[in-house]
Design a protein around this ligand. Structure first.
Ligand SMILES: [Zn+2]
Length: 99
């Protein structure tokens, strides 16, 4: 029954550790085919909020031209919360149940 004992240990360990903030890393900028001359606001308006499973998200803008220091954004409520640095919007994923 060592398998079940290991499983129980894993579960209790994961319960003890605080829920890690979801870290969002943007894909390489060339994936968007974005021209640098395009105003950032226009580009952001085309991008839908990133759905996050959790109540907070860490954003560092990825490794592209929008990279910035890591900031944590609280996603309480249903309204998308924009990142103060790069303007990416994050919203809590709908349909997940509370424990
Ligand atoms: Zn950001």
């Amino acid at each position: 029954m060592s398998f079940f004992r290991n499983l129980t240990q894993k579960i209790s360990q994961s319960l003890k550790s605080p829920a890690p903030a979801v870290r969002f890393s943007a894909p390489p900028s060339n994936a968007f085919n974005v021209r640098p001359v395009e105003p950032a606001e226009e580009m952001i308006n085309k991008v839908r909020p990133v759905e996050i499973e959790g109540s907070s998200v860490g954003c560092d803008g990825g490794n592209g031209p929008l990279g910035h220091p890591m900031v944590y954004i609280n996603l309480d409520g249903k309204e998308p919360q924009p990142c103060g640095y790069c303007g990416l919007r994050f919203v809590q994923k709908h349909g997940h149940h509370h424990h």
